[in-house]
Design a protein around this ligand. Sequence first.
Ligand SMILES: [Ca+2]
Length: 164
Amino acid sequence: MCNFDEQNLCTYEQIKGDIYDWILKPNITELEPDDSKGDKLGNPHRKGYFLSAVADNSGPGQKIRLRSAVLETSVPRCLTFSYKLCPNHAGVLSVFTQTDFNGSSINLNHVWSRAAMKCHDWMNAKAELPAVSYVFRVVFEAIVGSIVGQIAIDDVNIYEGNCL
Ligand SMILES: [Ca+2]
């Protein structure tokens, strides 16, 4: 699992070609008090970091993408993660699987999507990644909305087998 608390991206990487990157943010910051009211367990004293797609100057419609390492084929997997996506009109968070054909990245399957809604605590997401016959990556894509808000992920895990 990648919880970003070591202030790195584990095996994940920014997709080149986006104007903006996903950025590490601490769970609590005096400068941006709306980022998170404590962590997802409601403990305001917990330290740690999460990954945010909201830059100060990123405009509406910007796509900000992150991809996993290459995943080998043939076994079903389960993707789980936590997300915070709010308020209404702050944007959309999607997950795709992607492969590489002749040097071009091709989106294969839409796995998961949510549009920003009213703010609340961290939510848990779970999605099946079916077995396929080629190597692929998992891509997180944030599309910034018309209101500056929160598009954030944490505790990303991909494990072999069906979702529990
Ligand atoms: Ca974290």
